[in-house]
Design a protein around this ligand. Structure first.
Ligand code: C5P
Length: 231
């Protein structure tokens, strides 16, 4: 049972320049409504990139995978709430104190600003690494017990988590590859339809769209797989 009714594709804006990032948004919004800003783009441009994407009505997934002492992460999360991002990531391996401090800080800051609280998504094990599903399950349980809204995991573990965790929660899945395409540096890949069937809510896709000869056509094909997956 997925955590949300309408699964969505998120484009990972893993590019070097503001121009390239805005070019993809201009080309793909509103077929894609959420764009992921990670360490690459944020290190180069800072909050400006988030503001620029918001000006184009796009929603932002801030994927900085926070992992630090509780006080520092609480401050970073509050800053992300002020930036009005839709969702953000933290490493569950950062520990319970860190996760609870983040949840408390996000909730407080959102109340002060009367903004919706961003979805707080815990990174279990990177999809570029090999792992056991039990390890992902233990981390997911820990994150959700601390108040996170959901977790990042590969499609391979999504089904396992849906079976083992009865409560409703969000699953974000990277490592999506169209059929017959290469894996790049990802170890645990799946197709759009496999990820949806496994119970993922948000599919994070980077290189298969960014490097496609025609990114719009590729997006339309992937959206076709997404809408067709439930049938
Ligand atoms: O290019 P590709 O589709 O492999 O991009 C996947 C995106 O998802 C990258 O931006 C990567 O940082 C991110 N990600 C991941 N594995 C995680 C969390 C995020 O690959 N566990």
């Amino acid at each position: 049972m997925p955590g949300l009714s309408d699964p969505q594709i998120i484009l990972a804006l893993d590019v070097d320049t503001l121009q390239e990032a805005e070019g993809f948004v201009d080309k793909l919004y509103p077929k894609i409504k959420i764009f992921k800003v990670g360490s690459r783009l944020f290190t180069a441009y800072g909050p400006q990139i988030v503001e620029r994407l918001h000006k184009k009505c796009a929603e932002v997934f801030l994927d900085l995978k926070y992992f630090d002492i509780p006080n520092t992460v609480a401050g970073a999360v509050a800053a992300a709430v002020r930036l009005k991002v839709k969702m953000l990531t933290l490493h569950i391996l950062g520990g319970q104190e860190m996760l609870k401090a983040a949840v408390e800080s996000a909730t407080r800051q959102a109340e002060i600003l009367k903004n919706p609280r961003p979805l707080l998504i815990g990174v279990t094990v990177l999809t570029s690494q090999k792992t056991k599903p039990e390890e992902v399950l233990a981390l997911a349980k820990q994150g959700l017990a601390c108040g996170l809204d959901g977790v990042v995991c590969s499609a391979k573990e999504a089904l396992f988590l849906r079976r083992k965790i009865k409560n409703n929660f969000i699953i974000v899945t990277p490592g999506i590859r169209p059929d017959n395409s290469g894996k790049d540096d990802q170890q645990r890949t799946a197709t759009v339809s496999q990820a949806i069937k496994a119970g993922s809510d948000f599919l994070v896709i980077g290189r298969p769209i960014l490097k496609a000869p025609d990114p719009l056509l590729q997006t339309e094909e992937l959206l076709g797989d997404l809408y067709g997956a439930g049938n």
